[in-house]
Write a protein that binds this ligand. Sequence first.
Ligand code: HEC
Length: 159
Amino acid sequence: MHCESYLARMLILRFPLFTFALLLLSMSIGAEEMGIEEAIELRQATFKSLKAEVKNLKEAMGDEPADSAAVREPAEKIVANAKRLVGAFPEGSYEGDTRAKEKIWKKWDDFEKRQQKLIADAEQVLAASNAGSQDDVKKSFKILAKNCKGCHMRYRQAF
Ligand code: HEC
């Protein structure tokens, strides 16, 4: 213990820049590894919630009034989760326990557009719910659900 702290102090005193660079390097390596694994876990958990919320919304849509909590709440959660997905696809996160295709990062503009569309479409559903329009809820839900499938066909590995 004593010996280690002596060594650390000596390093810092004699080679401050080197020690600092070493520290930054070890931090960035750690952050990157954690970042990718965390991002994969975050997005998979988020997609799972999305699936459940889409199901809740679909079920409520037919039976409950458009502006009821049964419709509004899943719509709100879908908006929040769609936003949570932004940033959950860091460069290189197609390796590991993931079904994300490498193609995502080759077609990044298109992928990002689809992510933004998911947010915008979910906001449309929410707006329709707030406006109390059953027709608009159903119409905007259809558009939202189409994007799920379209993106999976291009960018998610089949099992
Ligand atoms: C912008 C593209 C895109 C959109 C839009 C999208 N997904 Fe996904 N989804 C993916 C990708 C890529 C994966 C694979 C993620 C991974 O394994 O790291 C995935 C994975 C999933 C999974 C599996 C999660 C798991 O690992 O258990 C579910 C469920 C899912 N999505 C549901 C949905 C639903 C529901 C919607 C629409 C409301 C949706 N997705 C919209 C790209 C998308």
